[in-house]
Design a protein around this ligand. Structure first.
Ligand code: MTE
Length: 311
């Protein structure tokens, strides 16, 4: 897949956008020199080392990030996705846009991506299972895609679905999850500048096990919000039910904001293990931060909400 980028950095003249971008760079969320301007992702991406001075945490190794995965469509163990996900064909790939928006119908992913500006973002990722990683992702703002779809005023939520094809995704022959995998965001969460539609990591295209060719990354929420291999985007007026809520509503909510004060019914969320060299009980255990450390960018959206109730 080639990534064309028609949007030039200098066209973004709005001072507010510029300032918020500077803020993100300062906080280590995005790399200053990492906007892709060429055609091929692999050829034009600066190495993630280029922006390492902006990164607050040590990067997880590419090997860990691509071999310790959750992708139930390819098996339940952490090692299964990297072994089995080759059976998924990701080119060509079609996205179905629908619901309460102007743009309707199927669009080729490559064409869709050519409308948006890609950038590298180093994010802390916190899984609900209390482990974490730090990964250099590559993608475009979901906000840009939402604007492109022109939702109506009635649209309050964005809803996503993963590919359903048991021939390519053998795990879908089992009933671990009501397939296809589903996720949703409130409109303001979707429009938040941190929310990334992701097409690459470590300067390369996403490997299948990490959700190729298009996945969601929402760094202040638990990892399960990061739905992989997306084929459907819908705009809804009602809050959708995500896959983990459907399986265990007493354990997983719609919001899934990282919150060290609200424990999972079966384990604490106060700390997390950083994955290095695979999962080990010797991995460093660190304190989990409210909103995974991204409170400055997202806390306002939840003002006045009881986050123990809306977990
Ligand atoms: N998306 C789909 N379609 N199927 C899944 O099983 N697992 C989720 C999320 N997205 C999952 C999914 C969970 S539980 C986590 S923690 C992250 O993907 C893991 O992403 P990673 O393997 O890239 O670290």
């Amino acid at each position: 897949m080639k990534f064309k980028n028609t949007h030039k950095d200098h066209e973004v003249t709005d001072e507010k956008i510029y300032q918020s971008r500077r803020q993100l760079i300062k906080a280590g969320i995005i790399g200053g020199a990492s906007v892709i301007s060429g055609s091929s992702l692999a050829l034009t991406l600066p190495k993630h080392k280029n922006n390492s001075k902006f990164v607050l945490d040590e990067l997880t190794t590419e090997k860990d990030a691509t071999t310790y995965n959750n992708f139930y469509e390819f098996g339940l163990s952490k090692s299964a996705p990297s072994k089995n996900a080759d059976s998924m064909k990701t080119e060509p790939w079609t996205i179905q846009i629908g619901g309460l928006c102007e743009k309707q119908g199927k669009v080729d992913l490559e064409k869709l991506i050519s409308n948006f500006q890609l950038e590298e973002r180093v994010y802390r990722m916190r899984c609900v299972e209390a482990w974490s990683m730090v990964i250099p992702w590559m993608g475009f703002k979901l906000a840009d895609l939402v604007k492109y779809c022109q939702p109506s005023n009635a649209a309050k939520y964005v809803y996503f679905e993963t590919l359903y094809d048991p021939k390519q995704m053998p795990g879908q022959n089992g009933r671990s999850i009501p397939w296809p995998y589903r996720e949703g965001l409130r409109m303001d969460e979707a429009m938040n500048e941190l929310t990334l539609m992701t097409v690459g990591m470590y300067g390369k295209k996403l490997p299948n096990q990490n959700g190729a060719p298009l996945r969601l990354i929402v760094p202040w929420k638990y990892g399960f919000k990061g739905i992989k291999s997306i084929v459907k985007i819908n705009f809804l007026d009602k809050q959708p039910i995500n896959s983990w809520q459907a399986i265990a509503p007493q354990e997983y909510g719609f919001y899934a904001n990282v919150n060290p004060k609200v424990d999972h019914p079966r384990w604490s969320q106060a700390t997390e293990r950083r994955i290095t060299g695979g999962f080990s009980l010797f991995n460093s255990r660190i304190k989990t931060q409210m909103f995974n450390g991204y409170g400055d960018y997202v806390a306002d959206m939840y003002k006045g909400m009881d986050l123990a109730k809306f977990y």
